[in-house]
Write a protein that binds this ligand. Structure first.
Ligand code: GLU
Ligand code: MG
Length: 422
């Protein structure tokens, strides 16, 4: 005998989806009041331990499910139906809590609307290692590696579709047992919701095969990284593409150029939000098709922002529709809400201040450690304004406690520790 359960959760600053469950029959009342939560849950680390919290043991919050972020996937008759909602952290009076990651993204997207009347369309391309794949060294991108994952890929793609996403690709990557999945772009907050859902579907499909999908930024100190690449384009108020302008440098419209300039201007600080673990900085090193500098380059996989190619450019309208810029400086230790919020706020600031792109000669390096990135985040007045002082200080306290928590581990131990939890 079995009774269906529902889970309501939020993808928190550790990048984990946490929340609570209840019987399906309780859903009507739970739609409004959600599930109970407390402020100090935000200090729950990637490793489960709750770090010392500015909130102590006091206070109550709610995670209120968003009907637009409901997933119900019945994998097979023998395993539980995966039924969950992503939601918002709210105070008990229903107002948004100032440290809600999803609200941070929503506020960033609103800032973009205010700065230029545009919306952000994005698609998250995510890499991970499937532990159930055949051991085939030296089989980067090969058909054998693709076949070597057995039926996991088919299960994953079916789950993504059943969850309401539009799978675009599933492929073997460069690293051993490494794969990548991409879904079609979505507007606004939905893109981050879908990134969270896609990760969970990969984890869930893997578990049903008796294995894991590991999203940690690196699995070994000198191995290849698992990146999260965000393909971004702007849409005007009428929904028309607004990123491309023929004849302009790299094809960027003035609006998109300023949007990208804002991201690069603030990248020293926001990388602490988009690449938020110590092992993230083992990925951001040379010769791994991962960024090491604050730069934008046409069709270069080593850049922080890559101006993507347009395939078989036909009519101008088709080029404008395909045209996008890829942010490559993120990984799955980050909540997609923190990534999207940071990109939207930074881009909106670039538009509002009419910033120009840095010259290729003035390329600055990216931070080489989380500690360095956190100091730059702490010193950013702009980030303090976007996050608000309470959220920023709590974030810094969380991440610095995480660094202290792992400070005595050797590099192999550190990688293993993160691979075990992401
Ligand atoms: N694995 C690389 C990264 O860490 C990216 C490889 C690719 O370009 O797809 O971002
Ligand atoms: Mg890739």
């Amino acid at each position: 005998m079995r009774e269906e359960l529902v889970f309501v959760g939020v993808c928190d600053i550790a990048g984990h989806v946490r929340g609570k469950g209840f019987p399906l029959s309780e859903l009507p009342s739970r739609r409004h009041k959600g599930v109970g939560w407390t402020h100090s849950n935000l200090m729950q680390s990637a490793f489960g331990t709750i770090f010392e919290s500015p909130f102590g043991t006091a206070g109550d919050l709610m995670i209120v499910p968003d009907p637009a972020a409901e997933v119900r996937v019945a994998f097979d008759a023998d395993t539980a139906v995966e039924h969950f909602f992503l939601g918002d952290l709210r105070n008990t009076d229903g107002s948004p809590w100032e440290c809600c990651p999803r609200d941070f993204a929503r506020r960033g997207l609103a800032a973009l609307g205010k700065a230029a009347g545009v919306s952000l369309l994005s698609a998250f391309e995510q890499e991970f290692v499937y532990t159930g794949a055949a051991d085939l060294p030296a089989h980067a991108y090969s058909l054998a590696a693709w076949r070597g994952q057995g039926t996991f890929g088919e299960t994953l793609v079916a789950a993504l579709r059943a969850a309401g996403l539009s799978p675009d690709s599933f492929l073997p990557e460069y690293g051993e047992r490494q794969f990548e999945m991409t879904v079609a772009p979505a507007a606004g907050i939905a893109a981050a919701d879908q990134a969270v859902i896609a990760r969970e579907m990969a984890r869930s499909a893997a578990v049903r095969h008796g294995h894991r999908a590991v999203f940690s930024p690196v699995l070994t100190a000198d191995g290849l990284g698992n990146g999260v690449h965000v393909h971004m384009s702007l849409r005007d108020a009428a929904g028309a593409p607004a990123s491309y302008a023929p004849g302009e440098p790299m094809g960027l419209s003035p609006l998109m150029r300023r949007f990208c300039a804002g991201i690069l201007e603030h990248l020293p600080a926001i990388v602490a939000l988009t690449a938020p673990s110590p092992v993230s900085y083992l990925r951001l090193r040379p010769n791994r098709w991962a960024p090491t500098a604050i730069d934008i380059v046409q069709q270069d996989r080593g850049a922080s922002l890559r101006v993507c190619p347009v395939f078989l450019p036909g009519e101008a309208s088709d080029v404008a529709r395909q045209f996008n810029v890829e942010f490559r400086t993120a990984d799955a230790a980050a909540s997609p809400y923190m990534v999207l919020g940071a990109l939207a706020f930074a881009g909106a600031d670039g538009i509002a201040r009419k910033l120009d792109l840095p010259s290729p000669e003035g390329r600055r390096p990216l931070a080489t450690s989380l500690a360095e990135a956190l100091d730059l985040l702490a010193g950013s007045t702009a980030a303090r304004g976007w996050l608000g002082p309470v959220f920023l200080d709590t974030y810094l306290q969380h991440k610095r406690a995480e660094l202290a928590h792992v400070k005595d581990l050797s590099l192999p131990e550190l990688c293993a520790r993160y691979a075990a939890v992401y």
